[in-house]
Design a protein around this ligand. Structure first.
Ligand code: GLY
Length: 308
């Protein structure tokens, strides 16, 4: 079996100039190469965790050091992984720089699937994980601007948290799916959530079957409005479709179409892979930067936004 890894940097509107576009491409390629390198010594799980960690550290995407802020101006993050019929996830964490690493510790060292909030932060501290540097200057400036506008009584659209995040050059969430040399599949996702979300809000990313899912048939990772992804069981539907014999493209398209027809466009995206290494990426947003690297070392990128 030839290993393969697929990553994405988030579905969204992504208004970028050519410099930011180059940084997005470089970050995706770096994530693909870093994850793929582990295919020689590690499992599909090691591959997806490493790729997502690189995306978290890039600061470009809405995850890890690039995480957005909630209504209180703080970053809080969710992440999850799935491999060999087990999952590990963390929700509403504020301490770790790399929530995906903490999710892997939950998977490896506890009997649980999901640990949340301050207890998860304490666990990260006890494990000696690196602390998060706090929201980036870009997010702090954007937050101040929007809070000021809200205070001035400026009209903000209904459901503004969703609408704003779709307007503001940002993608949502990072993710990876991989097939290793032993034919095993894994999925991983990490996110800062949605701009101006209610403090304490948890999205789809730490929920197996919503933000991520993997079994022996396939693996899928989702991005977009978490509430819609949870209600659609998006990644579970994709992987179950593959298990029932659907082509990975058909399974992905059908699951995303069902979400779109219920909740509208500009809401979600997905990457998926099956046990033969066939892969697909689908999104109903303007862009969803994604890419893959296969056993021959070939890298391909897609879903990139047009620079303005
Ligand atoms: N898809 C990430 C979130 O809604 O939190």
């Amino acid at each position: 079996m030839r290993p393969i890894i697929v990553v994405h940097g988030g579905a969204g509107s992504w208004r970028v100039d050519s410099t930011l576009l180059d940084s997005i491409k470089a970050a995706l390629e770096n994530a693909l190469l870093s994850g793929f390198r582990l295919s020689y010594s590690g499992s599909a799980l090691d591959m997806v965790v490493e790729s997502v960690k690189v995306l978290e550290d890039s600061g470009i995407f809405n995850a890890g050091t690039g995480s957005t802020v909630d209504l209180s101006g703080n970053a809080s993050m969710d992440a999850g992984i799935m491999f060999e019929h087990r999952a590990g996830a963390v929700a509403y964490v504020r301490y770790p720089r790399n929530p995906i690493v903490l999710a892997k510790h939950v998977y490896s060292y506890t009997n649980h699937i999901l640990i949340a909030g301050s207890a998860a932060d304490d666990l990260a501290r006890r494990l000696g994980l690196e602390p998060h540097p706090g929201p980036s200057e870009r997010w702090v400036a954007l937050y101040k601007d929007y809070i000021e506008r809200i205070r001035r009584g400026e009209r903000i659209p209904t459901h503004f948290s969703r609408s704003l995040s779709l307007w503001m050059n940002i993608g949502d969430t990072v993710g990876a799916v991989a097939l290793d040399g032993n034919g095993r599949l894994a999925a991983a996702v990490s996110t800062g959530g949605i701009f101006l979300k209610f403090p304490g809000r948890v999205g789809d990313s730490p929920i197996p079957g919503a933000g991520f899912y993997a079994n022996e048939c396939g693996a899928a990772a989702a991005t977009g409005v978490g509430e819609y992804i949870i209600l659609s069981h998006l990644t579970l539907k994709v992987v179950e479709g593959i298990c029932r014999g659907k082509d990975v493209a058909k399974a992905s398209k059908e699951a995303l179409d069902a979400l779109t027809s219920r909740f509208g466009s500009k809401t979600a995206g997905i990457i998926a892979i099956d046990s033969s290494g066939r892969l697909y990426a689908a999104y109903n947003t303007e862009a969803m930067p994604w890419g893959y690297i296969d056993g021959s070392g070939k890298i391909a990128l897609g879903g990139l936004p047009n620079p303005i």
